[in-house]
Design a protein around this ligand. Structure first.
Ligand SMILES: [Zn+2]
Length: 67
């Protein structure tokens, strides 16, 4: 993924290592840029969650139609 602040590209492992020095809980749900320390929401996770939610809603609607 790419940092929206400084444009540095990094992967999950790097972000996890950067997060290890965080004084807060290590599982804060945020991704931290190893270069500038900017914290952002993990977009991939968010998109996956939204997609799951949408398919669940669609299935529920189909079940209501074909009952
Ligand atoms: Zn950055």
């Amino acid at each position: 993924m790419r940092c929206p602040l400084c444009g540095y590209e990094f992967d999950w492992k790097e972000a996890e290592q950067a997060c290890r020095s965080c004084p807060l809980a290590s599982h804060c749900g945020l991704v931290r840029c190893p270069r500038c320390g900017y914290e952002m929401l993990p977009e991939a996770k968010l998109i996956g969650w939204m997609r799951r939610l949408r398919t669940r809603l669609r299935k529920r609607r189909e079940n209501a139609l074909f009952r």
